[in-house]
Write a protein that binds this ligand. Structure first.
Ligand code: MAN
Length: 535
C-alpha cells in the first residue's frame, strides 16, 4: 500500500517537473502571441514577415498590430483582426488548441490556460489545464487498460470464431455427402413408388369404372329429382309463357341483383342465362340451373358456403350433384372481392412445390378384394417412403443453405465477431424494448404490447475509417409515409457485449451503441503522438 502511494506520488512529481520543463521550453522560444512552437521559426523578428500564402511581405512590426495585412490571416495570430486567423493556445498540462481568432478577447475563456483573453482585465480566466489534462489522462489510462484487457478477450473471440467457422465447414462437407446419399435413396424410392402406383392403377381401374358409373348414376338421379323444381322455376320465370326465358324476364327478379344496387342489369341477367339472351327449357336445365340454384338457396337461407377447413362434411356435399353450384359461387365471390391477400402471398418465401401425398384410404374407396387391398397398401407404403426420403433431402438442403449463408457473413478481419451470431442483446428505454440479434435482425417492441416492429435485417459493415465500426441492418418494416426502417449499430471496445444506448436520430432510422471486446483492437502507436502534442 505504502509502495503504491510512493509510486503515485513519484509519478505525480515527474509529471509536474515535465510540465515545468515544457513551460520553460515553450516560454523560452520567443514568438508572437498565438503562434505554435512548430511555427515559431516562421516569425523572425530580425526579418520582414512573408504571409504564409506568399502574397505579401510586411515589416515584422506589423505582426499582431491588430490590422489584417495577409489574406490568409497569418500576420495576426494573436488578435481577432483577420477573419480567418488562427490562435494557438499552448494549454500546458493539457491538449493544445487552435482557435478561430474571432474568439480572441471575445469575453469567453476558450483556452484552458486563459491565454485567449489577455485584454479583458475584469475577466479572470483561471488556468485549469492541469485538472482537465489530469482527467483526460485518467480517461486515456482507463481506455488503455480496457483496450489491453479487451484485446485479450478479442483474441479468444477470434480463436473461437475461427473454430466455429471451421466446424461449420466440416458440417457442410458432411451434409453434402449426406445429400448425395439421400438423393440416391430418393431416386430409388421414386422408382419403387412409380412401380407400385402403376400396379395399383391397373388394379384400381376396375374399381374406378365402378366408382365412375356410380357417380354418373347418382348425378342422373339427382337431376331427375331436381327436374320438377327446374321446370317449375323455368315456367315461373317465363312470364309471357312463350317457352323461353329471356333477359327482361330475369331483370324483374331481385334474386339476380348480384351487386345489390337495387336493379338487375342486363349483364347480371345474362350471367344467369349462361351469357345468352334467351334460353329454352333444356338449355335452362343444362346450363343455367347451376348458376341460378345457389342464388335461390341463398335467398331461401339454405345455402352453406364451403368453408376452407370444413373437411369431410363439405367434401361429402360437393361429391353430390350440387358440386358445380358450389364452384360457381366461389367464382362469383372471387370476382366480387379482389385479391387483397396478393401482397402477403408475394412476400412469402418461395417453396418448392410439394406433391400432395394421397394415400388411397379404405374409407374413401369401395371395399377391395384381398389382392387389390395388398397392392393398394404396398403403393401407400411406397408413397410414404418416397415422401419421407424427399423430406430428408429437403431438410439437408435447407441446412446446407443455412450454413452457406453463415459462411458468407463477414465476421471481422479475424472472425472475432462470429461468437455474437446466434445471441441477442436487449435494451429498454421508457417506451420500447429493443432486441439486437447480431448478423440477423433488430426488433422493437412496445413495453405495453407484444407487437414486434422489424427495424432491419443484417446487411453489411459500413464504417468508413474502420469498416468494422458500424453494422447496418436494412429493409425493416415500412414506416408510415416514410422509408423502410433501418438501423446503424455503432460498435466500440468495451469489456462486455452490451447495447448501451438506442436512439432514433431521424424517423424510422435507428442508432444503437454496442460495446464488445471484439472491437478492442490495439492500434499502431498513434496515441503516443497525441501525448507529445499535449506537451
Ligand atoms: C412506431 C415506432 C417509432 C416510429 C414510428 C413511425 O411508433 O416504430 O419508432 O418512429 O412508428 O411512425
Amino acid at each position: 500500500m505504502r509502495r503504491q502511494l510512493l509510486t503515485i506520488n513519484l509519478n505525480h512529481y515527474i509529471f509536474i517537473i515535465l510540465i515545468v520543463i515544457c513551460q520553460i521550453l515553450t516560454s523560452e522560444v520567443p514568438r508572437p502571441r498565438g503562434v505554435s512552437l512548430s511555427r515559431a521559426s516562421l516569425y523572425n523578428p530580425e526579418k520582414d514577415f512573408m504571409c504564409f500564402d506568399g502574397s505579401l511581405t510586411i515589416p515584422f512590426s506589423q505582426i499582431n498590430d491588430d490590422y489584417c495585412d495577409c489574406l490568409d490571416g497569418s500576420d495576426e495570430p494573436g488578435t481577432s483582426a483577420c477573419p480567418n486567423g488562427i490562435f494557438y493556445c499552448t494549454n500546458a498540462g493539457h491538449t493544445p488548441l487552435n482557435l478561430d481568432s474571432s474568439r480572441v478577447n471575445d469575453g469567453v475563456c476558450d483556452c484552458c490556460d486563459g491565454s485567449d483573453e489577455y485584454l479583458n482585465m475584469h475577466l479572470k480566466c483561471t488556468n485549469n489545464c492541469f485538472e482537465l489534462g489530469q482527467t483526460a489522462r485518467e480517461e486515456r489510462q482507463r481506455q488503455a487498460e480496457l483496450l489491453k484487457i479487451g484485446s485479450q478477450i478479442r483474441l479468444e473471440f477470434s480463436q473461437k470464431g475461427i473454430q466455429l467457422k471451421q466446424e461449420k465447414k466440416e458440417k457442410l462437407n458432411d451434409l453434402q455427402k449426406q445429400q448425395t446419399e439421400a438423393e440416391y435413396l430418393l431416386n430409388e424410392k421414386e422408382g419403387f413408388k412409380k412401380e407400385a402406383e402403376e400396379l395399383e392403377g391397373k388394379f384400381l381401374e376396375h374399381y374406378k369404372k365402378i366408382e365412375e358409373e356410380e357417380r354418373k348414376k347418382k348425378e342422373e338421379e339427382e337431376l331427375e329429382r331436381s327436374r320438377p323444381e327446374m321446370i317449375e322455376t323455368f315456367n315461373k320465370y317465363d312470364s309471357n309463357q312463350d317457352g323461353f326465358v329471356d333477359i327482361s324476364e330475369l331483370q324483374s327478379r331481385a334474386t339476380f341483383d348480384r351487386d345489390r344496387n337495387g336493379e338487375v342489369s342486363e349483364d347480371e341477367a345474362k350471367f344467369f342465362l349462361n351469357e345468352e339472351t334467351s334460353v329454352d327449357l333444356e338449355t335452362f336445365i343444362k346450363s343455367c340451373w347451376v348458376r341460378i340454384k345457389p342464388f335461390l338457396m341463398i335467398e331461401a337461407g339454405t345455402f352453406k358456403p364451403p368453408a376452407g377447413d370444413n373437411g369431410e362434411a363439405d367434401q361429402e356435399q360437393t361429391a353430390d350433384a350440387t358440386e358445380p353450384e358450389h364452384e360457381e359461387v366461389e367464382d362469383l365471390n372471387e370476382k366480387e372481392h379482389p385479391d387483397i391477400d396478393g401482397e402477403d402471398e408475394e412476400e412469402e418465401e418461395e417453396e418448392e412445390p410439394q406433391e400432395e401425398v394421397k394415400p388411397v384410404s379404405a374409407n374413401s374407396s369401395p371395399k377391395y378384394d384381398e389382392e387389390t387391398q395388398k397392392v393398394v397398401d404396398a403403393a401407400n407404403d411406397a408413397r410414404k417412403e418416397y415422401y419421407s426420403a424427399k423430406d430428408t433431402v429437403n431438410n439437408i438442403k435447407s441446412e446446407i443453405k443455412d450454413i452457406e449463408r453463415y459462411l458468407e457473413i463477414d465476421f471481422g478481419s479475424d472472425d472475432e465477431y462470429a461468437i455474437l451470431e446466434g445471441s441477442s442483446f436487449e435494451y429498454t428505454d421508457h417506451e420500447y424494448i429493443y432486441k439486437l440479434y447480431p448478423f440477423n435482425k433488430i426488433i422493437q417492441q412496445p413495453k405495453s404490447s407484444s407487437l414486434e416492429t422489424h427495424l432491419g435485417t443484417w446487411s453489411d459493415w459500413i464504417g468508413t475509417q474502420d469498416k468494422y465500426s458500424i453494422m447496418h441492418y436494412t429493409n425493416g418494416h415500412s414506416c408510415w409515409n416514410g422509408p423502410q426502417r433501418s438501423t446503424k449499430v455503432y460498435v466500440t471496445c468495451g469489456s462486455e457485449n452490451k447495447v448501451t444506448s438506442v436512439s432514433e436520430p431521424s424517423k424510422c432510422e435507428y442508432q444503437f451503441d454496442f460495446t464488445t471486446p471484439a472491437a478492442c483492437k490495439e492500434q499502431t502507436n498513434d496515441s503516443e503522438n497525441d501525448v507529445h502534442d499535449e506537451l
